[in-house]
Design a protein. Sequence first.
Length: 149
Amino acid sequence: MKRWFNIMSRGAVLAALIVGGFCVASGDAVEPASCTFSNVRGESVGYVSTETYYDDATLRLTNCIAYSGTTTNSAVQGLSNVTVTVSCGTATTNVDYNATVMVASNGTWSCDIVVPSFTETPYVQVKLTDANTNSYIYPWKQIRTKSGM
């Protein structure tokens, strides 16, 4: 009888741990603001988006496309074995972020950045570097910003 009780007690403890583990509530996720833009070679300085974003907030750049030519009718830039670096800030003060290539053959990438508060007119600049260290830097894109409360 004592042995049966020990087995049942261990089973009850194990069951409580398993059930208790599933009952732990996980926190809700907060999705950051997001935008999508395209990079073409030789374009004039443009905007990331027509939206305005708050200083010091995360901005998700997602499904962004790099083109190999001067228009969106050009071929997309292949990103296989290519590093995509996104710089955010100004020419003198900026932060670099490593982007994630989403689909190399589609030229798509994504990256989370923090909208800088150290300047009123922050820019984003995308740099591609291949395995042979050849690189191309696309023209700047400005982020429309405002201070939070």
